[in-house]
Design a protein around this ligand. Structure first.
Ligand code: DAT
Ligand code: MG
Length: 149
């Protein structure tokens, strides 16, 4: 079953949007299989955003993601990687469609509330970076039969 890594960034936590953001993935029908609330180390932040290392915004990005606690999550479901990216919205909240998380709650690219893996390989790498195998829970949601034909 497909899995993706999502993280509510420090702005989402500080603005009291944790419940609202989690609700959107829950009510869509995806399954939560991993969840932790943590202060991110500089080392983890730099590894997570390693692909952006040479970009001018890299130092402020790392500064921001380590500035307060984040909610790290793994979600499961058919098509969850691409669907979660749609639910999250475009990178710059001013361009994100209303109805998306960034479109509904953000106005600045450096405060865009949530991270989501962008492809299967990235999802696999990010899940392994943030979670140990034993921190992920395989379970059968009772709603499964009512969500799938
Ligand atoms: P996304 O988070 O939509 O996958 P990304 O991977 O391109 O976007 O960039 C990672 C984060 O870096 C993004 O959520 C916000 C920040 N960022 C991206 N482009 C930026 C820019 N041009 N200026 C400032 N911050 C930027
Ligand atoms: Mg990205």
């Amino acid at each position: 079953m497909e899995r993706t890594f999502l993280a509510i960034k420090p702005d989402g936590v500080q603005r009291g949007l944790v419940g609202e953001i989690i609700r959107r993935f829950e009510t869509k029908g995806f399954t939560l299989v991993g969840l932790k609330f943590q202060q991110v180390s500089r080392e983890l932040a730099e590894q997570h955003y390693g692909v952006h290392r040479e970009r001018p915004f890299f130092p402020t990005l790392v500064e921001f993601i380590t500035s307060g606690p984040v909610v790290a999550m793994v979600w499961e479901g058919d098509g969850v990687i691409a669907s979660a990216r749609k639910i999250i919205g475009a990178t710059n909240p001013l361009s994100s469609e209303p109805g998306t998380i960034r479109g509904d709650f953000g106005i600045n690219i450096g405060r865009n509330l949530i991270h989501g893996s962008d492809a299967p390989q990235t999802a696999q790498n990010e899940i392994a970076l943030w979670f140990k195998d034993e921190e992920l829970v395989a379970w059968q949601p009772h709603s499964k039969l009512w969500l799938n034909e």
